[in-house]
Design a protein around this ligand. Structure first.
Ligand code: GTP
Length: 598
C-alpha cells in the first residue's frame, strides 16, 4: 500500500441529516460486506443509538475502491458522534482526516451543528466536499440548499453532490470525488513514530481496542508503544483495519487509520486525543489539542432497592469499561442510602448512561437533580468547587458564588427571532449579537448559564421555533451568580436527594411547581403527607397529600378476575420502583419530576 492511495475522511452533519444512512450506503457500495450481514451489522450498533437515532460512539471503516484511473484506493471513513455533548470526540476524529463530506438535508438546510462542524473542519484545514442529501423527498429544495451552501458555509455550490442516502441516487459519485478532491496524507518518514488516538472501545476477549491514525512511522506486532500523556508503555499484540469486523494486518504505515491491541485492560488508561509514540522511536512533541474529558453535569445515582447496591457497583464498573468519559465515586444520602456521584459530558450523556444501566444491567435507579459545578469563595478567601447541593455551605460563610456559562449559537428563520429572545431571557441568557445568514435566516448568539441549559432549554427552543431552531454551544467560563439551596421537606423530613441549587429569582416558582409535582407523583398513603419547599429555615411553598387507602381493585366492578390480577401485578411492579424515605414511599419518577418547570 502506497500512502498516495489513502484517503481519510469524515462525514459531518447536523443531527438527522442522514450521516448514518449515508455511511451504511458507502459501506454497501464498497462491497466489504454482504447484503445480509449489512442489515445486521449497521454502524450504529447499540440499541439506544438505534432507538434514539443518534450516533453516540463513533466507528471507523476502511473501504477499498478502484477508481477511474484503475488504481485501488483505501478510503478510511472515520465516523463522528452527532451530538454537542461529544464535540471533543468530533474534533479528534477530524484531526485524523484530510477531508470531510459536509452533509446538508435538502429539506432542512444548514443548521447550527452544520456550521459548528464546518468551523471545526476548517480549523483542521480539511478539504470540504458539500453533499446535499434527501433529494428524494417531496419537500426537498435543492436550489435553496445550494444557496445556503454558498452563503452560510461559503463553499462553491457547483461542487455539491446531490444524493439520496435512502434510495442510493448519486451516492456512487462520492468515492470518485473523494479520491480527486481530498489530498492523500502528507506525513511520512521523519524517523520516529507518532499517532493520534481518536477513539477506543472495549472488547470482552481482547481488552481495549485503540482506534488511531498514524502520522509518522509504521507499527507492527511486538513493538512497544508509549502514550505521551502518562508515559505508560505496552507491547503491541495486533494491528489492523476496521472493515466492520477487525482485519489484522502485518503492518500499518503513516497515513493509515486502524486499530491496535496491546493488552490494555482498562479503557480509562487510553485517553482520546492522546499521542502514541514508541520508546525507541520517540517523537518529541505530542499532537496539539489534547485534553482530559471534562464532565460538566453531575448527579447521584441510587438503586431503588438498597440491596441492589452491589449490582449497581458492578454495572457501573462494566459500563465504565466502554465509556471512558463516565466518572463516578461513592456517595451516600440520608434519604437514599449508598449510591454513586457521577459526572457526565452533558445531559444526553446522563440519559444514555441511565438507560444503559437500567436496560443492559437491569438495575432500577433514582437520579438526583443534575447539577453543574459552582465556584464558591468563602468569607475567609478560600475557593472551592462544588457539584453537589449537599456540599453547599452555610450562606453566612459565602462571599461569592460563580457558575459556568456557555456560548450558544442558535440558527432560526427570522420570524422566530422574538420567540427565541424570550426563551433565552427566561433561561437567564444574555443576547450577544446576531447576524443574517440569508435574507430570512439568522444566527443568534447568547451567553446562557449552563445550569439552565441542563434543564429544558432545548425542548423549549424547539417548541417555540416549531422545530426550526437549531442549537450548538461551547463552555465559556464562570460568572458571578446569586445562588440558593432549595430543600424539600416531606412529612417533616428534609429529603437531601431532592435538594437543588438554583438562582434566587427562580427558586420560588421552582419550589411551587415542584411541590405540586411531588403531590401528583407520590401516591396517597394512610396518613396525611405535608410537602414543603424551603430555603434555609424559610418555607416558600407547600402542598398536602390527603390520606387515602389505595384500593386498586375498586375500579373493577366485581367480576373480571384476570383484570384484577393484572392490576395487582402492576401495582406490585410499581412498588419495586418506590423508595421508602422515612415513613413515606416515594416513586422513582418523583425524583426527576422536581426538575420540570411546567
Ligand atoms: P445522527 O446519528 O443523529 O447524527 O443522525 P444521522 O445524521 O446519522 O441521521 P440518520 O442517518 O439516522 O438519518 C436520519 C433520518 O433521515 C432517518 O430516518 C433516515 O431514514 C432519514 N434519511 C436519511 N437519508 C435520507 C434520504 O436520502 N432520503 C430520505 N427520504 N430520508 C433519509
Amino acid at each position: 500500500l502506497n500512502k498516495k492511495n489513502i484517503r481519510n475522511f469524515s462525514i459531518i452533519a447536523h443531527i438527522d441529516h442522514g450521516k448514518s444512512t449515508l455511511s451504511d450506503r458507502l459501506i454497501q457500495l464498497s462491497g466489504i460486506i454482504s447484503e445480509r450481514d449489512m442489515k445486521e451489522q449497521i454502524l450504529d450498533s447499540m440499541d439506544i443509538e438505534r432507538e434514539r437515532g443518534i450516533t453516540i460512539k463513533s466507528q471507523t471503516v476502511s473501504l477499498p475502491y478502484t477508481a477511474q484511473d484503475g488504481k485501488t484506493y483505501l478510503l478510511n471513513l472515520i465516523d463522528t458522534p452527532g451530538h454537542v455533548d461529544f464535540s471533543y470526540e468530533v474534533s479528534r476524529a477530524l484531526a485524523s482526516c484530510e477531508g470531510a463530506l459536509i452533509l446538508v438535508d435538502a429539506s432542512q438546510g444548514v443548521e447550527a451543528q452544520t456550521l459548528a462542524n464546518l468551523y471545526l473542519a476548517m480549523e483542521h484545514d480539511l478539504a470540504i466536499i458539500p453533499v446535499i442529501n434527501k433529494i428524494d423527498l417531496p419537500s426537498a429544495e435543492i436550489e435553496w440548499a445550494k444557496e445556503q451552501i454558498e452563503e452560510d458555509l461559503g463553499l462553491d455550490s457547483d461542487d455539491a453532490i446531490l444524493v439520496s442516502a435512502k434510495t442510493g441516487i448519486g451516492v456512487d459519485k462520492i468515492f470518485e470525488i473523494i479520491v480527486k478532491k481530498i489530498p492523500p496524507p502528507v506525513s511520512g518518514d521523519a524517523g520516529f513514530f507518532k499517532a493520534l488516538v481518536f477513539d477506543s472501545h472495549y472488547d470482552a476477549f481482547r481488552g481495549t481496542i485503540v482506534h488511531f491514525r498514524i502520522f509518522e512511522g509504521s507499527i507492527k506486532k511486538g513493538e512497544k508503544i508509549q502514550f505521551m500523556s502518562n508515559n505508560a508503555q505496552y507491547k503491541v499484540e495486533e494491528v489492523g483495519l476496521f472493515q466492520i469486523v477487525r482485519q489484522p494486518q502485518d503492518e500499518l504505515i503513516a497515513g493509515q487509520v486502524g486499530y491496535f491491541i496491546a493488552g490494555i485492560k482498562n479503557i480509562s488508561d487510553v485517553k482520546i486525543g492522546d499521542t502514541v509514540t514508541m520508546a525507541d522511536k520517540r517523537c518529541d512533541k505530542a499532537m496539539a489539542g489534547f485534553r482530559e474529558p471534562t464532565p460538566v453535569v453531575f448527579s447521584s445515582m441510587y438503586p431503588v432497592a438498597s440491596d441492589d447496591y452491589e449490582e449497581l457497583t458492578e454495572a457501573l464498573e462494566k459500563l465504565k469499561l466502554n465509556d471512558a468519559s463516565l466518572i463516578y465515586e461513592k456517595d451516600s444520602s440520608v434519604a437514599l442510602g449508598f449510591g454513586y456521584r457521577c459526572g457526565f459530558l452533558g445531559l444526553l450523556h446522563l440519559e444514555v448512561v441511565q438507560e444503559r444501566l437500567e436496560r443492559e444491567y437491569n438495575v432500577s435507579l433514582i437520579l438526583t437533580s443534575p447539577s453543574v459545578m459552582y465556584e464558591i469563595t468563602y468569607t475567609d478567601g478560600t475557593i472551592k468547587i462544588i457539584d453537589n447541593p449537599v456540599q453547599y455551605p452555610d450562606p453566612a460563610e459565602i462571599s461569592r458564588v460563580r457558575e459556568p456559562f456557555i456560548k450558544a449559537s442558535i440558527i432560526v428563520p427570522d420570524k422566530y427571532m422574538g420567540n427565541v429572545m424570550q426563551v433565552c431571557h427566561e433561561f437567564r441568557g444574555v443576547s450577544k449579537n446576531y447576524q443574517y445568514l440569508t435574507s430570512n435566516r439568522m444566527e443568534m448568539k447568547f451567553e446562557l448559564p449552563l445550569a439552565e441549559v441542563v434543564y429544558e432549554f432545548y425542548d423549549r427552543l424547539k417548541s417555540v421555533t416549531q422545530g426550526y431552531g437549531s442549537f450548538d454551544y461551547e463552555i465559556a467560563g464562570y460568572q458571578e451568580t446569586d445562588l440558593v439551596k432549595l430543600d424539600f421537606i416531606i412529612n417533616g423530613e428534609r429529603v437531601d436527594a431532592l435538594s437543588q441549587l438554583i438562582h434566587r429569582d427562580k427558586a420560588e416558582a421552582r419550589a411551587r411547581t415542584a411541590c405540586k409535582k411531588l403531590r401528583e407523583e407520590i401516591p396517597r398513603q394512610q396518613f396525611k403527607i405535608p410537602i414543603q419547599g424551603a430555603i434555609g429555615g424559610k418555607i416558600i411553598s407547600r402542598e398536602t397529600i390527603s390520606a387515602f387507602r389505595k384500593d386498586v381493585t375498586a375500579k373493577c366492578y366485581g367480576g373480571d378476575i384476570s383484570r384484577k390480577r393484572k392490576l395487582l401485578e402492576k401495582q406490585k411492579k410499581g412498588k419495586k420502583r418506590m423508595k421508602m424515605v422515612g415513613s413515606v414511599e416515594i416513586p422513582q419518577s418523583a425524583f426527576l419530576s422536581v426538575l420540570k418547570t411546567d
